[in-house]
Ligand binder design. Structure first.
Ligand code: S3P
Length: 437
């Protein structure tokens, strides 16, 4: 798909079947990064073949790491050790990936060589001071543009000192960047979060043999440790599953099964929110995969009602608000979201993009600084700007299933950053969706 690609979404049929959701994006980024830094060869299964995670893999290839692709969603990474990365011959392009750029900032700040991280139009507008500030406190030298946005010019060869850092915003990316720099720092590094966020870095560093203490909202490690190769099995991405969880919940007659979805409690706030709204979501075949809880999710249509989304759940569903807004549109009554200002600095300003988009389909949405009130009701036809944000595109593909007419969604190419094949999978499941350019 090119940037000019758009979708036409319209009523399809009830969703049916067992859907295979691609691998987790957050875990795939980390798996390739940590495997590259490890001593020995690591195997990754279930790797997300998305543009974001492939960009991260390419960046490590540019720094001398040999990565084989024996088959789709598999990688064999020949680690070079924590001290084995080579100076990259050119700028390193993170594409659309905030996770790639922020985690790499922490890692590259500790290398003996200079490097530059760049990104696409969306990433180039995203705030990076949240990582450069704690890294500077550790002794790193990173230049950004005057407003704190990328490119990041990272000056290598700076000795780093461990820190105790209290994060001002709940962010797994910032926490992970500081921990990665901490691996190279003198002394201990400790991070404390205002609300616990996804702990994939902590769990995976441990799987790679790093001694790290962590509990929800807190992590501590000692610098100077090495990583040992490990084999990683990546579960299906809850955030990608989220679109089908919502779609099946709101399209009458639907019943779908989503296989082996990652259910890390720091990711599954949407289940809490939807169940509050009356959704019928069953978890079956609970198991552990690669140190993560997984289960099959069986989702059946159920009439939803509006709800106040508890603020405490917001960080646990931070990527799921585009999907939640569509569930709220389909619900009776109003749904209130507060404490979600972080949505303004995601791949797009998601509060504005969702509020504007739903309004253009005829819905009443009152937007606030840190949230919105969505008044459920019928959806009409309209044209949506996705702002190049994958999750806005997918959310409105679902909204189109409830429209009385047609919903055109512009600029959908970035869906390939997190969910390649979304269009084919959703059409197979029953969506009315066509790709145009
Ligand atoms: C991610 C953390 C979250 C999330 C993003 C992926 C990660 O961002 O929104 O999609 O992989 O660590 P923040 O840490 O900025 O909240």
């Amino acid at each position: 798909m090119t940037a000019q690609c758009y979708w036409i979404a319209r009523k399809g049929s009830a969703l049916q079947g067992t859907l295979a959701i691609p691998g987790d994006k957050s875990i795939s980024h980390r798996a390739v990064m940590f495997a590259a830094l490890a001593d020995g060869t690591s195997h990754i299964d279930g790797f997300l073949e998305g543009e974001d995670t492939r960009a991260t893999a390419t960046i490590f290839s540019q720094m001398g790491v040999r990565i084989e692709t024996p088959s789709a969603s598999q990688r064999i990474v020949h680690g070079v050790g924590v001290d084995g990365l080579k100076p990259p011959p050119r700028e390193l392009d993170c594409g659309n990936a905030g996770t790639g750029m922020r985690l790499l900032a922490g890692l590259l700040a500790a290398q003996p060589f200079d490097s530059t991280l760049i990104g696409d139009a969306s990433l180039s507008k995203r705030p990076m001071r949240r990582v450069t500030a704690p890294l500077a406190q550790m002794g790193a030298k990173i230049d950004t543009r005057a407003d704190g946005t990328p490119p990041l010019h990272i000056h290598g060869g700076q000795p780093l000192q461990g820190i105790d850092y209290e994060l001002p915003v709940a962010s797994a990316q910032v926490k992970s960047a500081v921990l990665l720099a901490g691996l190279y720092a003198h002394g201990e590094t400790c991070v404390v979060e205002p609300h616990p966020t996804r702990d994939y870095s902590e769990r995976m560093l441990r799987a790679f043999g790093v001694e790290i203490e962590f509990s929800p909202g807190k992590a501590r490690l000692r610098g100077g440790q090495r990583l040992r190769a490990a084999d990683i099995s990546v579960p299906a991405d809850f955030s990608s599953a989220a679109f089908f969880i919502v779609a099946a919940s709101i399209i009458p007659g639907s019943e779908v099964r989503l296989g082996s979805v990652g259910l890390n409690p720091r990711r599954t706030g949407l289940l809490t929110a939807l169940r509050l709204m009356g959704a019928d979501i069953r978890e079956e075949n609970h198991a552990e995969q690669g140190g993560e809880q997984v289960a099959d999710l069986v989702v059946r249509y159920a009439p939803l009602h509006g709800a106040e989304i508890p603020e405490a759940v917001v960080p646990d569903m931070i990527d799921e608000f585009p999907a939640l807004f569509v569930a709220a549109a389909a619900a009776s009554g109003k749904t209130v979201v507060r404490g979600a200002a972080e949505l303004r600095v995601k791949e797009s300003d998601r509060l504005a993009a969702m509020a504007t988009g739903l309004r253009s389909l005829g819905l009443r949405v009152d937007e606030t600084e840190d949230g919105a009130t969505i008044h459920g009701g019928p959806l009409g036809s309209g044209t949506i700007e996705s702002h190049g944000d994958h999750r806005i595109s997918m959310a409105f593909a679902i909204a189109g299933q409830l429209s009385t007419g047609e919903v055109r969604i512009n600029d959908v190419a970035n869906v390939a950053t997190s969910f390649p094949g979304f269009d084919t999978l959703s059409v197979g499941a029953g969506f009315g969706l066509s790709v145009r350019s």
